[in-house]
Design a protein around this ligand. Structure first.
Ligand SMILES: C[S@@+](CC[C@H](N)C(=O)[O-])C[C@H]1O[C@@H](n2cnc3c(N)ncnc32)[C@H](O)[C@@H]1O
Ligand SMILES: [Zn+2]
Length: 400
């Protein structure tokens, strides 16, 4: 792991994750924007005032170029993205796909990912996840159901659940089946429909427990009934999309062990991080909104009595898992051969001395000096691209 436990980044999770070593995270919980056509803003005066993020999407030239890049490297994923019904859906899915690819890279082979979404896009996201994680690694579609007052609606039934997709990296991924405790002996007797007996030492048992004295564990199914935060909840920070701690505690408990590293790349007011801290896990969070770090500090203090501040960063970590890499310029001959002397942007042929080594993903966005991230561009294409990704250069070349 090339960053410290208890770090919160302010920035786009795509850039930050690109700087993280491969195979270093045990569990990722993400609750990204849902493509719900809403612009969330925190109520004025709440602890979270000033936190705001966009959840509206339209297909840009950049998205189209991302699509082209995905088409060449991940054909199965590309086919899934083409299934989107509208440009807005496609734009959203491209945005999610490039980030989920990065999450798949940084997860350990024993890792797990929970993707929190809702019925707006869950059916598409499941296809995206199948393409990236493999269909055999799908484990559950958890329904988080919350109650509330149901109005009479004109065209549909009240929607009262979110969906959490659980994907494992492999058959070796950590899994502790979630259990719920019995509320009382009376509830136990009612549900189990068995007489509670007492053995010679005074321990209670039912016949099917073979006299072990323990009440049988009560394993949960995939529909979880957990109340949504209401306005007067003590837990509430006012962050527009804050989720209940009880829900995220259950995710962290189910798929990680003490000491494991848990990452939330869209951490908001850091519910995942608070749950992880409380359960003795290591953690890190990322959010584009600057408000996240302030709220995390406040919550660690209020809810866990923890005064140690998390580390706050906005720079991209430097990967340390690629070994000591040779200077980019030492790859000139190889790149010239691989590209048959053509500029990777405009496609024109050049002499080797007229081509320049370029970082496909710029170093300022987490790109490395590894040859896989290097290419030859002519001077003109290199100047257009500057410090941006290939999708930018391609969209500019198409427009000119
Ligand atoms: C649904 S909220 C997460 C709420 C969180 N689970 C909580 O309990 O507070 C989604 C978050 O993603 C953040 N976000 C949106 N785009 C992002 C990006 N590209 N990188 C990192 N964070 C992003 C938003 O600022 C917002 O806080
Ligand atoms: Zn060129």
């Amino acid at each position: 792991m090339n960053f410290a436990n208890q770090t919160i980044w302010t920035g786009d999770c795509l850039d930050i994750m690109r700087g993280m070593n491969s195979d270093c995270v045990d569990l990722i919980c993400l609750d990204p924007p849902f493509n719900s056509n809403a612009n969330y803003a925190a109520p004025i005066g709440s602890q979270a005032a000033g936190a705001e993020f966009k959840d509206t999407w339209s297909l840009s030239d950049l998205d189209n170029e991302w699509l082209n890049l995905i088409a060449s490297k991940h054909p199965a994923l590309y086919r899934v993205l083409l299934a989107a019904m509208t440009d807005s859906d496609k734009s959203y899915l491209v945005y999610m796909a490039v980030r989920l690819l990065e999450m798949h890279r940084i997860l350990k082979p024993t890792g797990t990912l929970f993707l929190h979404c809702d019925p707006t896009m869950s059916h598409y996201l499941k296809l995206v996840m199948d393409a990236i994680f493999g269909r055999k690694n799908f484990r559950n579609e958890i329904i988080w159901h919350y109650s509330g007052w149901n109005k009479r609606l004109k065209s549909h039934i009240e929607r009262r659940h979110d969906i959490i997709l659980l994907y494992a990296m492999s058959a070796d991924s950590v899994f502790h089946p979630p259990v719920r405790h019995w509320e009382s002996k009376a509830e136990y007797i009612r549900v189990r429909k068995q007489k509670v007996r007492t053995d010679d030492e005074g321990r209670e048992y039912v016949l099917s427990d073979a006299g072990g004295g323990n009440r049988v564990r009560r394993y949960l199914d995939d529909v979880w009934e957990i109340p949504k935060l209401n306005n007067s909840d003590k837990e509430r920070t006012g962050y527009p999309t804050q989720k209940p701690l009880a829900l995220y505690r259950r995710l962290v408990e189910t798929s990680s062990k003490e000491g494991d590293l848990v990452l939330d790349p869209f951490c908001g007011c850091a519910t995942t991080c608070i749950a992880a801290q409380d359960l003795g896990r290591q953690w890190a969070g990322i959010d584009v909104a600057g408000k996240a770090i302030e709220l995390t500090k406040m919550r660690l203090r209020n809810e866990l009595g923890l005064f140690a501040s998390p580390i706050h960063r906005s720079d991209i970590p430097l990967r340390t898992d690629l070994g000591k890499l040779p200077r980019p310029s030492s790859h000139k001959k190889t790149l010239y051969g691989e590209q048959a002397g053509n500029c990777e942007g405009c496609g024109e042929h050049f002499q080797i001395q007229n081509l320049e080594v370029d970082h496909i993903i710029p170093r300022s966005k987490g790109g490395t000096d590894h040859i896989e991230n290097l290419q030859f561009l002519c001077g003109s294409c290199n100047r257009i691209k500057g410090n941006r990704g290939m999708e930018y250069l391609q969209s500019k070349l198409q427009l000119s």
